[in-house]
Design a protein around this ligand. Structure first.
Ligand code: NZQ
Ligand code: ZN
Length: 389
């Protein structure tokens, strides 16, 4: 096991009706906040009214900025920064999913910074200060409610890039599984693929003796495999929605990374898909992850055998471990298909005329390698994209 430091300071407030606590939680930090949200779902499902009432009851004033799109854009982040500066706002309340939360985090680091906030995403600068962010979560998927990441798309060149720093972990996350009853099946499935991908990025490591976190990863994956089909069948099944929602946070708050080095190549490749083609992140991962697995499994067949036998209950073929490993990858692909996700670029609606461009962008024109399980250069990324066609 590697040495590690683990800090997961986000206060989780979970269960039925907890959104009514948002005013009290917020007023600990500020009496004047930016209320940030997406394309209107929160108004349609009545959540906006409940959040506003709770803020007013607690004496918290707010300025609002809606309109965050999935794959959140830099231009709206810049509007949010201006708005906060103009109104002396020192807290951002994100009500939505990963896109809204990531946009809120970007505003949070942008307000105290004199330069261009994109510097933090392009790697030109590291943020030292951030306004505090609070969350009311509406979709279990990205895990941004307790993560140190924010992923933003710059429309100038359609670069989708991430920032990873501790100072942007939200102060609190309010999570009521009932709010996720309205999720359409496709968004539920995309969320499932993202949650599973966050676990698998950590699971495929060369660290030995990480049995405890291996088992936690397997339990998280099995929870999703069991409960997502139930939630698709019965969208208002509270217990299934609750299991998925809690798993989504644990999948990405770094508990499962303790003592091990994760991979993250599939995420890097997927960000090129959703950056250029604006597809949902989870759908992109359902296409990229199995292709990545087929490309790299020979690096450590035993680890893929463990994945197959423990997560997918594949019967061990002692005479042919590779067959067992490949069966695990096959079962993952079948699961994605079963829950309604695309598993090829074609099914995702992505033509194959810009694969070279994506491989270039992903590896900074071949000057940078991605991933850890196997270090991947430009040609490797291109090969994986071709395998995903
Ligand atoms: O825009 P609204 O109207 O809110 O609708 C959203 C959106 O269309 C809808 N939705 C959300 N809650 C709903 C709902 N519809 C009905 N009922 C509800 N309760 O769902 C759609 C998708 O929302 P979005 O926030 O984009 O989804 P998600 O949480 O999957 O976030 C995806 C973004 O997070 C990034 C992804 O790259 C992508 O940009 N990620 C962020 C990470 C992080 N910060 O730690 C890690 C991830 O790996 C990921 O990269
Ligand atoms: Zn993800």
């Amino acid at each position: 096991m590697e040495n590690f430091t683990f800090l997961s300071p986000t206060k989780i407030i979970f269960g039925r009706g907890v959104e009514d606590q948002v005013g009290e939680e917020t007023k600990v930090y500020s009496k004047k906040v930016l209320l940030h949200y997406g394309g209107g779902t929160i108004k349609r499902i009545g959540l906006y009214d409940r959040v506003v009432k709770s803020l007013r009851d607690a004496g918290v004033e707010f300025i609002e900025l809606g309109g965050v799109q999935p794959n959140p854009r830099l231009s709206l982040v810049k509007q949010g920064i201006e708005l906060c500066r103009k109104h002396n706002i020192d807290f951002i309340l994100a009500v939505g999913g990963g896109s809204v939360i990531d946009s809120a985090k970007a505003i949070a680091v942008g307000v105290p910074y004199e330069g261009d906030v994109w510097d933090f995403y392009s790697g030109k600068a590291v943020p030292e200060k951030a306004l505090p962010v609070g969350v009311v979560l509406t979709i279990p998927a990205a895990g941004s409610e307790a993560s140190k990441s924010s992923v933003i798309t710059n429309e100038d060149g359609w670069y989708k890039r991430g920032l990873n720093v501790e100072i942007i972990r939200p102060k609190f996350a309010i999570m009521n599984p009932e709010i996720t009853f309205t999720l359409p099946p496709y968004q539920t499935a995309c969320g499932a693929a993202d949650i599973m991908a966050h676990v698998m990025e950590r699971y495929f490591t060369h660290q030995k003796d990480v049995d405890f976190t291996d088992r936690l990863c397997e339990a998280t994956l099995k929870t999703i495999i069991k409960n997502v089909p139930i939630a698709l069948e019965e969208p208002e099944n509270y217990e299934a929605r609750a299991e998925i929602m809690w798993a989504s946070t644990i999948a990405h708050n770094d508990l499962l990374s303790t003592g091990r080095i994760g991979d993250w190549a599939s995420h890097a490749i997927e960000h090129e898909l959703s950056g250029i083609y604006d597809v949902p992140h989870g759908a992109g991962l359902a296409v990229v992850f199995p292709a990545w697995m087929k490309y790299v499994y020979k690096e450590d067949v035993d680890r893929f055998v463990q994945f197959a036998t423990r997560v997918w209950d594949v019967e061990m073929d002692f005479a042919n471990p590779e067959r067992t490993a490949l069966e695990g990858i096959h079962r993952l692909t079948q699961f994605f298909k079963k829950i309604g996700l695309p598993v090829t670029l074609e099914e995702l609606g992505i033509p194959d005329d810009r694969l070279e461009e994506m491989a270039d962008k992903c590896t900074n024109n071949g000057t940078k390698q991605i991933g850890n399980f196997r270090k991947l250069g430009r040609e490797d990324v291109l090969n994986i994209l071709k395998m995903a066609r």
